[in-house]
Design a protein around this ligand. Sequence first.
Ligand code: NI
Length: 342
Amino acid sequence: MWAKGMKPTYKLLLIGVLLALLMQVNPVEAEQKVHRVQQGENLFSIAEKFGVRVEKLLANNKYLCLPNALARNLLLVIPDPEPAPPKTNSTNPKPKPATPQTDKKDPSQSAPEKAAAPPKKSLQMILEELFREYKDVVFLSGPSRSNKIALTFDDGPTEVTSSQVLDILQQNNVKATFFLLGQNIDRYPQVVARIVREGHVVAGHSWSHIQLEKAQLPRIIGEVTDTENAIYQIAGVRPALLRPPYGSLNREGLEYLRQNGYKVVNWSVDSLDWKYPDRGNQVIISTLRDVRGGSIILFHTLPGKDPSPIIGKVLPEIIYSLKSQGYQFVTVDQLLSIPAYK
Ligand code: NI
């Protein structure tokens, strides 16, 4: 036996390490089902079929604003039949390791050793506070009472996936907003030209996709204005909208943007297409579970030589389901009633 002669404590340790490794390789993740509505089905028959309550079905498909009118092939997220598990935090932007600012001295930190330290604010909490303070500058979603929603695509332009997205948008007569990286604009100017020509909105996403909340102001200004100039040279417009990479920014950056006619547009629904590049159902679930009127939905046009299966298969299905529930796709400036360009 492999463990023969080993001290019991070492055995335990080894088992622990092996277990930890196993969980790393195969993370336990609840996989919900996606159902395509068939002819003659309604919410009640579907709930019965899967052994779930109608209320739970509705809670898992917040986008259903016309639940009595389920179009054929509409996508539904099917909840687990078991009692509801504790809610997971699914609305976070991209999971970045928590990087609390350490340069600011907190007087409460010098309290006596044994006193429990106050819980440190996560970057997420810091950003939420800051964004609340700058609520005339930062937007996460539009008016919830409207039927308007906005698709947004980050990190382009790219050669393959941007064109793939543009084709699908064209086929479905949908206008969207593209948050572009300056460094990619230089590489694929013809894609930028097509985006604008086909009636979509272009906006900035920094030059090099750095974490702007960690950057000094001169760098932030460079990242923003260089991208603005690159867009201007190709499209003849100066964007007034910016989405910072990872949705994060510091106070100096926000103040600069406010004073220079910019609005920051983040998102309220993350499709998680970056996380599940080949798991369409996961992307459908993370999108449809949370969409409602006013939602700003985050997708990406990621680099690569091959078309994205998510974009190719899932995006048209999501558009179909949302349209059939009466949603109207608009660009973010229209959703928020703010100018797209200076
Ligand atoms: Ni990005």
